[in-house]
Design a protein. Structure first.
Length: 159
């Protein structure tokens, strides 16, 4: 289990409490896989995720330009938070950080080949106010360039 694994030197500052969070566990998982290669393999990374957070995963296929980036897989948590299914849609049309603040965190993660975390809030398609936390993890299918991002996403509805 990831919570009991030895702490990575690069992420030694992450506390044990935050490791229990979805985003922390996904980041730790990515870092453990990356220790063998510059970028983890997409399928290996997806296979290694625990079943307990597979519903919280979003997969983005990276295009040559921002407008070509597409959601190719979306777990139940992200769909529920958005109150719609974004599978097949351009990322810039659905990503909360883009819609609310004009930020393209997913692109930064791909260009830097490093995980990027994002936290914030938005109003979903049903009119509910959502607070979220996410991390975008760059992965590859060809051993070189970033071809996809795996996002781990958690949220709560503000009442």
């Amino acid at each position: 289990m990831l919570d009991t694994a030895r702490r990575s030197r690069n992420f030694a500052s992450i506390t044990d409490a935050s490791e229990r969070r979805l985003v922390g566990r996904a980041l730790r998982n990515w870092e453990n896989l990356r220790s063998k290669t510059p970028l983890p393999d997409r399928d290996l990374c997806l296979d290694s995720f625990e079943e307990s957070y597979s519903d919280s995963v979003i997969v983005i296929a990276m295009g040559k330009e921002e407008k070509e980036d597409r959601v190719i897989h979306c777990g139940r948590e992200f769909r529920d938070a958005l109150a719609r299914d974004p599978t097949g849609l351009p990322v810039k049309q659905i990503m909360p950080s883009m819609l609310e603040r004009g930020l393209v965190f997913w692109r930064v993660a791909a260009e830097m080949k490093k995980p990027i975390a994002d936290v914030g809030g938005f109003t979903n398609a049903s009119g509910n106010e959502i607070l979220y936390r996410s991390v975008f993890l760059p992965v590859t299918v060809n051993g070189g360039n970033v071809t996809h991002l795996i996002g781990a996403f958690s949220y709560k509805t503000v009442h």
